[in-house]
Write a protein that binds this ligand. Structure first.
Ligand code: G4P
Length: 528
C-alpha cells in the first residue's frame, strides 16, 4: 500500500471526559467493534481510585496500566484507528494536555445527568485553542438525566462549542426507547441488553413514516418528530469542513455500557474524522505525505522494571515512514540514533514493528536520551512546536536527605522532569530547587520513585507560590524589566530550559504586579 493510502486510512484520536462519564466503557465498546477484544471488562480503567493519595502500590498499578493502555490500536472497516489514552484524574491533567498534541481529533464524553463538568471544560478549552475537531458523545441515556435541548445549550455555553446533533434520543432513563440517527436516517431501538455486540437498526428514511408509530408508539413518534423539527430549526446543518476546522461539533447520544449508539458514533467517526494532519515546526509546515520521516516525543514512560531504568518514549509519526534499524536524527542532541525494537501498540499487547506510518505511535526504548517535545527526523534540523508547560499549581522546595546520594538525586530529578512528571525551577537568589506540580499526588510519586528507582531520598518544604509566570524578555520593556527584576529578585527563578520565571505568591500579588509593570510581559504557559 502506498504512503498516501496508509495515511488516508488512519485516524488517531483521544477520548476526553471528566472521570466517571464513561471514557473507559466507551473505549472498550469501540475495541469490541474492532474485534480487538473479545469481551467487556478487558480494558482496565486507568483511574486512580479515591483515597489513593498515599497508596504507593496504587500509583505503581496506575503506571503499569497506563503503559498498557497508552495507545489502543485496532482496525475497523479497513480503517486503522489509534486511540490515545488520556488520564482523567486531574492530577495528571498535564499528561492529558501533552497527549492532545499528538491527536488529530477528539471525542468528548459527557454524562447525561451531570452535564458539563470541570475537567471536561478544561480539556475542551485546550482542544479549542488548537482547533482540534471534536465529536461529543452524551452517555448514560439509560439513566434519568437532563433534557437533550438543555444539555445542548449547556455544551454551547460552558464549552463554547457550536453544536449540531446528529442523533436524537427517544425518551430517557426508564422511558428510554432508542435513538433516531439523523446522520444515517434510521431508528435504533433500545432493548437494554448490554451483552449484545451488534445492534439491529431499522431504517426510517422519512421521519413521517407511520411504521415509526408502531415501533415506538404514536405519542413518542409525535414528540420525536417535533423535537427533530426543532433541532433542525435551531442547530446548523452538519458541514464536514466546518467540523474539521474545529468550528462545528456534531453530537451523538447513547449508552456506552449498553453498547447503544456506539456503532453509529464509530461509523460516522471513520467517515468524517480527520486523517493525520500536517504539523507546524519552527521552520515550516510538515505534511504527512512527505517522503522523509519526522516525529516527536509526546510522552515518556518509565518502564515497569525498576531494576532496569529504561524508559519508553512515545513518538507520534508526523511524516514519511518510520523504519526499524534506520538511523534518524535526534535534533536536540544532534545525534543519529537507530532503534532495533520499536514497539507498536494494539489493544492488549505491544509488538515490535518494522514500518510505521503518519498517525501511528511508536514506543522507543530509551536510556535517558529523550525528553518530552524532542523531534526525530531523517536529517532535517527542525523542532516541532506546541508542547508547552502550564503553570503548576503546587510548589515545594525539594531537599536532599542523604548527602551521599546527591548525584543520584540530581539524576533522578532530571530524568523525572524529562518525563514530564513535574517541573523543576531553580531560585535565582539562592539556587534552591523547587518542584512544581499540577496535582498533590505527583509529590508522592516523585518521592517514591526517587527512592525506588534512584536510591535517593528527598524531603519537601512548603513554599507559598500561587502561580509561576514565564517572563517574555523579548517583548518586555528593558528598563521596566530591570526594575522588575531588582524589586522582585526574591521571587525569580529559572525553569529547566533556562527561561526566567516569576513566582507570584497570591492572585492579589499577581494582579498588582501586572498593573504596576504593564510593560513586563508575563505568560502562564512556557511557550509563547
Ligand atoms: P471513566 O473512564 O470516564 O472514568 O468512566 P467509566 O467508563 O469507568 O464509567 C464510570 C461508571 O459509569 C462505571 O460504573 C460504568 O459502568 C458506568 N457507565 C458507563 N457508561 C454507562 C452507561 O451508558 N449507562 C450507565 N448506566 N452507566 C454507565 P461504576 O459503577 O463506577 O464501575 P463498574 O463497577 O460498573 O465498572
Amino acid at each position: 500500500m502506498s504512503l498516501v493510502s496508509e495515511i488516508n486510512r488512519r485516524r488517531t484520536f483521544g477520548i476526553i471526559s471528566h472521570p466517571d462519564a464513561g471514557k473507559t466503557t466507551l473505549t472498550e465498546k469501540l475495541l469490541l467493534f474492532g474485534g480487538a477484544i473479545q469481551e467487556a471488562g478487558a480494558v482496565k480503567s486507568n483511574k486512580v481510585k479515591k483515597g489513593a493519595t498515599s497508596d504507593f502500590m496504587e500509583i505503581e498499578r496506575q503506571r503499569g496500566i497506563s503503559v498498557a493502555t497508552s495507545v489502543l490500536a485496532f482496525e475497523y472497516k479497513g480503517t486503522k484507528i489509534n486511540i490515545l489514552d488520556t488520564p482523567g484524574h486531574k492530577d495528571f491533567a498535564e499528561d492529558t494536555f501533552r497527549t492532545l498534541t499528538a491527536v488529530d481529533s477528539v471525542i468528548v464524553v459527557i454524562d447525561v445527568a451531570k452535564g458539563v463538568e470541570e475537567q471536561t471544560e478544561k480539556l475542551v478549552k485546550v482542544c479549542r485553542m488548537r482547533n482540534i475537531p471534536i465529536i461529543v458523545f452524551i452517555n448514560k441515556l439509560d439513566r434519568e438525566g437532563k433534557d437533550a435541548f438543555e444539555l445542548l445549550d449547556e455544551i454551547e455555553q460552558k464549552l463554547e462549542l457550536r453544536v449540531t446533533p446528529l442523533s436524537c434520543p427517544i425518551g430517557m432513563g426508564y422511558d428510554f426507547k432508542g435513538i433516531y440517527n439523523l446522520w444515517e436516517k434510521n431508528v435504533n431501538l433500545f432493548s437494554g441488553d448490554n451483552r449484545k455486540n451488534i445492534e439491529e437498526t431499522i431504517e426510517i428514511k422519512n421521519i413521517n413514516d407511520k411504521t415509526l408509530d408502531n415501533l415506538i408508539s404514536k405519542d413518542a413518534a409525535e414528540t420525536l418528530r417535533e423535537e427533530i423539527e426543532l433541532m433542525e430549526g435551531i442547530y446548523p446543518e452538519f458541514n464536514k469542513s466546518e467540523y474539521l476546522e474545529g468550528k462545528l461539533q456534531p453530537v451523538f447520544f447513547g449508552s456506552a455500557l449498553n453498547n447503544f449508539g456506539v456503532r453509529e458514533l464509530l461509523d460516522c467517526f471513520i467517515e468524517i474524522a480527520p486523517t493525520p494532519r500536517p504539523k507546524e515546526s519552527d521552520s515550516r509546515l510538515v505534511k504527512p505525505d512527505e517522503n522523509d520521516f519526522s516525529g516527536f516525543v509526546f510522552k515518556i514512560h518509565a518502564n515497569m522494571d525498576p531494576k532496569h531504568r529504561d524508559r519508553l518514549a512515545f513518538v507520534k509519526i508526523v511524516s514519511g515512514t518510520f523504519n526499524r534499524n534506520t538511523p534518524y536524527l535526534h535534533v536536540r542532541n544532534n545525534k543519529k540514533m537507530k532503534f532495533s525494537s520499536p514497539n507498536a501498540f494494539f489493544a492488549e499487547r505491544k509488538e515490535i514493528v518494522d514500518v510505521s506510518f503518519p498517525g501511528d505511535i511508536v514506543g522507543l526504548h530509551d536510556t535517558g536520551n529523550f525528553k518530552i517535545g524532542d523531534t526525530l527526523t531523517q536529517g532535517e534540523k527542525m523542532f516541532y512546536k506546541g508542547i508547552p508547560s502550564f503553570s503548576p499549581e503546587h510548589f515545594k522546595y525539594i531537599n536532599n536527605v542523604d548527602p551521599l546520594k546527591s548525584k543520584q538525586l540530581s539524576k533522578g530529578i532530571d530524568q523525572l522532569m524529562d518525563e514530564g512528571v513535574a517541573q523543576l525551577f531553580v531560585l535565582e537568589l539562592n539556587g534552591r530547587k523547587v518542584i512544581g506540580t499540577v496535582g498533590a499526588l505527583q509529590f508522592e510519586v516523585i518521592q517514591y520513585r526517587l527512592e525506588h528507582e534512584y536510591t535517593a531520598k528527598c524531603s519537601y518544604e512548603n513554599l507559598n507560590v500561587y502561580k509561576a509566570c514565564w517572563i517574555d524578555i523579548n517583548q518586555s520593556d528593558p528598563e521596566e524589566l530591570k526594575e522588575f527584576k531588582r524589586v522582585k529578585s526574591r521571587f525569580l527563578a529559572k525553569d529547566k530550559s533556562g527561561q526566567l520565571v516569576f513566582f507570584a505568591d497570591s492572585a492579589f500579588t499577581l494582579q498588582m504586579t501586572q498593573s504596576k509593570y504593564t510593560k513586563v510581559k508575563l505568560h502562564f504557559v512556557s511557550e509563547f
